[in-house]
Design a protein around this ligand. Structure first.
Ligand code: HEM
Length: 443
């Protein structure tokens, strides 16, 4: 007997793929024109990638079904050239339904932004290998064009396909249009879209902020509790007698930054020893370390994933005092999803390889009253540069409050290496790091 209708599976896949592709073309064109500052742009890109990969999977399934299940025969009265045109259009659809998502995946694989692809924010999808491509931005531009033209190719075929289907249904009335009627496939299509709904919900719950994976613990070393030694005021410098609580966060942000070789006043070190026994335990919950950058002329503030400081500090023995701060670059956040997904990438902090950055002091000096400077080396990734941290330190009994700031040139540390970032057109080269640390004397 003549096979007049497509199977239910073929119909479910046909209409599901058609609807998702239409959504993909609409969402693709819409998101392409969104400004980077748009709060929905990042999510739209991620969901577009997820739905696009679903089209790829469903199309491969449809192709496998097509090879194993015979489609209905075309009407005998249909002219040969029309049968050939129908065949070519169907083959063209299969090619484009597979090539368009693959071109999209290739585009995000070469993108210098290195934003990972996760199906609905949950299942990681590997990117294509770079195969030695060096101009990633150039390759991304080409693939963007390819992806766009392939998608427009689908639209072109769709015009032919819908035109032919309507002719069969309205003029020839030969049952071809009815053979793909979605009437008996409503349940299957509904179930697949319900699964997409679950996927979208999973995406939004998975993209909620996650805690950093680098966890610092305070290490308490077993050394004798030292006697409290009041800071030694240097000659002619006013002695600050304000309590630590007098420092407010806003004052912290206004702190001056030391000139690298500023007018440092070395402290006299008559009873100098090689070992400083005054160890300070940092209260990380009551301390903060932030950075302030500027993108497209707008300042933004960022927080690191966490930090740990090892402070052996005695104002009477600055020569032997040391400060080391380890900062988690993993979990860095600036309250902007697009930026936060870019910063961990290779061209910025490359957190996969280098999850921490560190500052190690080489010399600490008092520059008047409660003001100090610590020379040291800041290491981010494999880049090391000397910096001078200017800070104010107020010791009140067993409590200490230190606050300060330093200005850095990000490219000295290999931050923002791609051709889109290397100059200050989009992102300012200067980044200011500010900190306020509260610590208690160990004992
Ligand atoms: C059948 C599936 C797909 C269709 C029909 C489709 C269609 C489109 C269209 C029409 C655009 C707008 C093109 C432009 O104006 O530049 C677009 C953009 C985009 N697509 Fe797809 N897409 C599909 C699958 C995918 C997949 C699987 C991915 C990645 C895994 C992807 C990634 C992207 C990206 C990143 C853009 C934005 C390009 C930009 O504006 O920067 N697409 N897509």
């Amino acid at each position: 007997m003549e096979n007049r209708n497509y199977s239910t599976v073929a119909i479910v896949l046909h209409w599901t793929i058609a609807l998702v592709i239409l959504g993909q073309i609409a969402s693709g064109l819409y998101m392409h024109n969104l400004p980077n500052t748009s709060s929905i742009k990042f999510d739209m890109f991620q969901l577009h990638k997820s739905f696009g990969l679903s089209v790829l999977a469903l199309s491969l399934l449809r192709l496998a079904w097509r090879f194993t299940h015979k489609p209905p025969t075309l009407p005998v009265a249909m002219p040969g050239w029309q049968k050939l045109a129908a065949r070519m259009t169907h083959i063209g659809f299969y090619v484009l339904m597979i090539a368009t998502p693959l071109a999209g995946l290739a585009m995000v694989s070469v993108s210098p932004l290195d934003i990972p692809t996760k199906l609905f924010g949950v299942v990681p999808v590997p990117h294509f290998p770079l195969l030695g491509i060096e101009d990633r931005e150039g390759a991304e531009d080409i693939l963007k064009e390819v992806h766009e033209y392939l998608a427009f190719g689908i639209l072109g075929l769709l015009a032919l396909h819908v035109g032919a289907a309507l002719k069969h249904g309205l003029i020839n009335r030969d049952g071809v249009l009815r053979s793909m009627s979605p009437a008996k496939a409503g349940l299957g299509i509904g179930l697949i879209f319900a699964a997409f709904g679950v996927g979208v919900a999973a995406y939004f719950s998975a993209s909620a902020p996650t805690p950093p994976t680098v966890v610092f613990e305070t290490v308490v070393e077993a050394v004798p509790t030292p006697e409290f030694v009041a800071p030694v005021p240097i000659e002619a410098a006013p002695v600050a007698d304000e309590p630590a609580s007098a420092i407010t966060p806003s004052e912290v942000l206004e702190l001056p930054v030391a000139a690298p070789d500023g007018a440092a006043v070395p402290v006299s070190n008559d009873n100098e020893t090689d070992i400083v026994e005054t160890i300070w335990i940092v209260d990380t919950a009551a301390s903060q370390l932030v950075f302030i950058g500027e993108e497209k002329g707008r300042a933004f503030k960022g927080a690191f994933g966490g930090f740990q400081a090892t402070i052996n500090f005695d104002p009477n023995n600055l020569e032997a005092s040391t400060i080391r701060v380890d900062v988690a670059t993993v979990g860095l956040s600036t309250s902007d999803q697009l930026r936060d997904s870019t910063i961990p990438g290779k061209e910025w902090f490359h957190v996969k390889e280098y999850p921490t950055a560190s500052f190690t002091s080489t010399a600490i000096r008092n520059v008047g009253g409660d003001a100090y400077e610590a020379d040291g080396v800041l290491q981010i990734k494999t880049y090391e540069h000397p910096i001078t941290l200017a800070f104010t330190l107020i010791i009140d009994g067993d409590n200490a409050n230190a606050s300060g700031a330093v200005d850095l040139i990000r490219t000295n540390y290999g931050l923002g290496l791609g051709s889109g970032w290397i100059d200050d057109e989009d992102v300012a080269l200067n980044v200011r790091v500010e900190f306020e640390i509260n610590a208690t004397r160990k004992g």
